[in-house]
Design a protein around this ligand. Structure first.
Ligand code: LLP
Length: 427
């Protein structure tokens, strides 16, 4: 059986299940994930790095549904987390604490305490004040916090400006010279142990050369610090490998693995990797239904029932994401803006897109929506969060039900001084 998303009898399917049927059974907008494709991606990734025996810490931020994390955890993956919420998500889905790395520039002391108690593999520390805070929290608890100092290698990852992280003007990590000083000075601290270096230069990277440059710089610093008596055990090279949305040509896994090998081989360092998008993007779609087609003089608008609150990537990053009718109509392609019902001109999923003719009632799939899709959605315009479904071997499971309007509004309270009148619309 073909895994992932494929056309059968003229209709788009997921792992052999018709997406038309899924839309009929579960409504739209709806996220659909292929478990087989998730598994196959992780397996490929594990194979490409097998010789280095890395800890592969899936970057939860890309898609943190429990079912997705559990799929990877069952195959031995760890997790890259950036908040207490993600820590709980990882642990609940069965990721052992010993395979969790805690990244992020703004960890609070409460979050540090929680992660120390859980026993995470390492804290990816991004500044001196953060290191001091971690030392304080660990000391108070009589613990020694394992630290990977995050280095900002000042390399241009050549990706969208909002997702590049390894340039000195970005808020992430510490510059190499500064990292050296911090690591040497930290030898005195009893409650933190700098035992690794980490780096992450950006996301949706499509060129291998920035990786090579960054990895070489970090590995050189690792060796230097080890010689100076810092107990360096491993390097964490982050994530960032790009996928194909339109016509990008990201390095294949082999080329990426060679860049990692070139920096790690013969150093004796262990390896941590934090892939996110590459593991999940292709394994998900967002299903939507066309509500109206509005023909203007300049162009036509296909107004669909998914919007920027569901999928914000096109608006936020000018991201191009493929939109495919589930059952393409015959006839020449036409040009559409595919837009949602939200009251903002920025509410679009695609602009000036050539698609086979669309009509009201048609179903479409936004492709490569498994990464940074559902996790970035909001309930703007009081649009409840769309459900997430996992398909596996012909079965479909709801892994997050559609949010109800009641549960959305039910979080609000009137202030005590406002007239309290029970709503006939809410329980
Ligand atoms: N590690 C760290 C420290 C990160 O900051 C990130 C992503 C990753 C790993 C995973 O990177 P990936 O392999 O997924 O590229 N919302 C944006 C992407 C933001 C990425 C943030 N950091 C988007 O939709 O394109």
């Amino acid at each position: 059986m073909t895994i992932g998303f494929h056309t059968k009898n003229g209709v788009l399917h997921c792992d052999g299940v018709s997406l038309e049927r899924i839309a009929r059974d579960h409504g739209t907008p709806t996220w659909v994930y292929s478990q087989a494709l998730l598994e196959s991606r992780l397996r490929e990734f594990q194979k490409a790095f097998a010789k280095l025996d890395p800890t592969i810490c899936y970057a939860l931020k890309a898609n943190s549904n429990q079912a997705v994390i559990a799929t990877f955890a069952a195959m031995g993956a760890g997790a890259d987390i950036v908040s207490a919420g993600e820590l709980v998500r990882a642990l609940s889905a069965g990721v052992p604490a010993s395979k969790i790395v805690f990244a992020g520039v703004g960890k609070t002391e409460d979050e540090m305490a929680l992660a120390l108690d859980a026993g995470v593999l390492q804290f990816n520390v991004e500044s001196e004040p953060e290191l001091e805070a971690l030392a304080r929290v660990a000391k108070k608890r009589g613990q020694v916090a394992p630290v990977a100092l995050r280095v900002n290698p000042d390399v241009d990852a050549k990706t969208h400006r909002k997702i590049t992280t390894g340039k000195s003007e970005n808020k992430f990590g510490v510059e190499i010279a500064h990292a050296r000083k911090i690591a040497l000075a930290a030898r005195k601290l009893k409650s933190v142990r700098i035992e690794a270096l980490s780096t992450h230069i950006g996301s949706q990277i499509t060129d291998v050369s920035p990786y090579r440059a960054a990895f070489a710089r970090v590995a050189a610093l690792g060796k230097e610090l080890r010689e100076a008596g810092v107990p360096m055990a491993r390097l964490d090279f982050g994530g960032g490998l790009g996928v194909v949305y339109q016509n990008e040509t990201p390095p294949d896994l082999g080329a990426y693995a060679r860049a990692v090998h070139a920096a790690i081989d013969k150093t004796g360092f262990g390896l941590v990797l934090e892939p996110g998008r590459w593991l999940v993007a292709d394994a998900g779609v967002l299903l939507a239904r066309v509500i109206y087609v509005k023909k203007g003089s300049a162009k036509s608008f296909a107004i669909v029932d998914a919007a920027m609150n569901d999928l914000i990537r096109p608006t936020l990053y000018e991201a191009w994401m493929a939109i495919e009718p589930l059952r393409p109509r015959k006839g020449a392609k036409r040009v559409y803006d595919v837009v949602g019902p939200i009251c903002e001109s920025g509410d679009y999923l695609a602009q000036a897109r050539k698609i086979t003719p669309l009509d009201a009632g048609d179903l479409v799939a936004v492709r490569q929506a498994g990464a940074y899709g559902a996790v970035m959605s909001s309930a703007y315009n009081s649009r409840p969060l769309a459900p997430e479904l996992l398909v596996n071997k012909g079965k479909v499971a709801v892994v997050r039900p559609r949010q109800s309007v009641e549960s959305l509004i039910g979080l609000d309270r009137l202030a005590p001084w406002q007239r309290q009148k029970p709503s006939p619309y809410l329980d």
